[in-house]
Design a protein around this ligand. Structure first.
Ligand SMILES: C[S@@+](CC[C@H](N)C(=O)[O-])C[C@H]1O[C@@H](n2cnc3c(N)ncnc32)[C@H](O)[C@@H]1O
Length: 507
């Protein structure tokens, strides 16, 4: 009874704990995470024999040890070796050798911010040792930090169970780990190459081990922060990053950090941020200034283009969708002969299947305003619908020269590559599209189709499931905003996904 009263009281007072956690660690608690918070409060109150939430709240503000224990109950520490390995491979195979080639003596400094139990920094250490041998201890300084002191203690021990190895090459595991108990493996001497420390990323100052990094891995941490905290911490990390340095966030976290502080780049289909010297940043700013007024007024501007469409076949269905976009944008037309109004005319021409006229008008618009992305996109769409794939590729390249993050262009390039039989390139393009927008169901769908054709059942299943999940969550509604022709309607895409999944289940 007493416990129940305590917990009810804790529930009522949850807001004050939420405020404390948000201001001190950036964590926020909504929906099911509220339950985690209230049970942590109840658990600690009963362990400390404290009756009221007020008392426990005030203890938290004065007793650092209690605060540490409380935090341990609230963090999400999911991690494993070789997670998002394409990031690590790009670093070890390309970026780090480039940094080293311009470096005389100073070690390359790498920070894993929010490293949990250490799998991320240790993965890097092992990969570097594989590539640079014994020199790696001298060439690199690797640090792992986390707010949760219990995971930092475990990281220092370097003992791991089966789950941590789920994505790791078995040969590497055998080379670096020794069994130290039933189902437990300890990392050998290489673990001394990684330095760990408890650090709250919300703190105003970061300790010495985090200073002047050339590379920051800040992956799968910001998902637990609200947008204002994401910006605050990203800004602080950008500040400590060396000039020319690199910052990697998790694939699903990419776009929300594209806030103009660091330059978002794409290399080998991997997206990451780079601290580019000032002059180039200024060039980017002026490039943005040169966007058409219409593009500038679009929320997030063209750098966060948020199209989900793709040219893929039947002109008829695309034309229906074209109307929807034309209608949705019509209200913003102010000047009848500005590029926007000309674009509407081009849409009308495309709708009435006067494709050559539409193309001529689009060329005129692009001549007037080369950064008008929608004009390029419609042009690409018309080429795709007419199976003029080479011309469509040229259009995509033009789009990417203005907006390297245009999702639509990556989708178009994927479809053209598929048509020309280059499945490797197509996969690369669809992966890029997914990096840009993890909920891009068309990219998941096309990727799954390729993998299905290659007999890669597991990954095909994942792709169809991802596409279906997004479509079932209502993204089919987004179809009406797309103005590229699609082969099917949303229901049909869902039916195909379900059918393929049942084949994969039975096969
Ligand atoms: C899901 S793990 C990510 C581990 C690893 N980076 C990865 O991608 O596999 C997120 C980690 O962020 C840590 N974290 C959460 N808030 C933090 C903060 N304010 N400062 C430092 N670390 C924090 C958590 O303790 C947790 O261990």
């Amino acid at each position: 009874m007493l416990d129940r009263r305590k917990s009810m009281k804790a529930d009522r007072d949850l807001d004050r704990f939420k405020e404390l956690l948000l201001s001190s660690c950036g964590m926020f608690f909504t929906n099911e995470r509220e339950l985690t918070l209230s049970s942590a409060v109840t658990q600690r109150m009963s362990q400390r024999g404290i009756d009221t939430a007020e008392l426990y709240h005030s203890l938290l503000t004065t007793d650092q040890d209690e605060f540490r224990r409380f935090i341990e109950l609230l963090t999400v520490n999911e991690t494993y070796f070789s997670r998002e390995n394409d990031h690590l491979k790009l670093l070890v195979d390309k970026i780090i050798p480039e940094i080293l080639s311009q470096r005389e003596t100073r070690p390359v400094r790498i920070v894993s911010a929010g490293c949990s139990t250490g799998e991320e920094p240790y993965s890097i250490a092992m990969m570097l040792a594989e590539r640079f041998g014994e020199d790696s201890g001298r060439l690199f300084y690797i640090a792992g930090t986390d707010i949760d002191s219990s995971v930092i203690a475990r990281a220092k021990q370097g003992i791991y169970g089966k789950g941590s190895f789920r994505s790791m090459d078995k040969a590497i595991q055998d080379r670096y780990f020794k069994m130290c108990g039933p189902g437990a493996y300890q990392l050998g001497d290489i673990r001394h190459q990684v330095h760990f420390e408890v650090v709250n990323l919300k703190d105003a100052l970061y300790p010495a081990i985090m200073q002047q990094p050339d590379i920051i891995l800040y992956r799968n941490v910001s998902i637990y922060f609200p947008p204002q905290v994401q910006r605050e911490i990203f800004g602080r990390l950008a500040l400590i990053l060396n000039e020319g340095g690199y910052l990697f966030v998790g694939a699903t976290e990419t776009l929300q950090h594209n806030i103009g502080l660091l330059t978002l780049m794409n290399r080998d289909s991997v997206f990451f941020y780079r601290k580019i010297p000032g002059v180039i940043i200024e060039e980017r700013r002026s490039a943005k200034r040169n966007l058409s007024p219409r593009e500038q007024s679009k929320p997030g501007s063209s750098r966060q283009t948020n199209y989900g469409g793709v040219p893929a076949g039947a002109v008829q269905s695309g034309i229906r969708a074209i109307r929807a976009v034309a209608a949705s944008d019509a209200s913003s037309v102010t000047n009848s002969r500005d590029p926007k109004s000309l674009f509407d005319d081009a849409l009308e021409l495309a709708i009435s299947r006067r494709m050559d006229d539409a193309l001529a008008l689009l060329d005129a618009i692009i001549e007037q305003d080369g950064s008008f992305i929608k004009a390029h996109s419609l042009k690409g769409s018309i080429f795709m619908s007419a199976s003029r794939f080479q011309e469509a590729v040229a259009v995509c390249n033009a789009i990417l020269s203005h907006d390297p993050l245009c999702l639509e262009a990556y989708l178009m390039l994927g479809v053209t590559a598929r048509h020309s039989g280059d499945d490797d390139d197509a996969q690369r393009r669809f992966r890029e599209a997914i990096y840009l927008k993890s909920s891009c169901w068309l990219a998941h769908f096309y990727l799954a189709e390729i993998l299905f054709g290659q007999g890669d059942k597991n990954r095909a299943r994942t792709g169809y499931e991802a596409a279906l999940r997004v479509l079932e969550n209502g993204s089919s509604l987004e179809l009406s905003r797309e103005y590229f022709p699609l082969s099917y309607n949303a229901e049909q895409y869902m039916a195909i996904c379900r059918h393929k999944l049942s084949l994969l289940k039975n096969g």
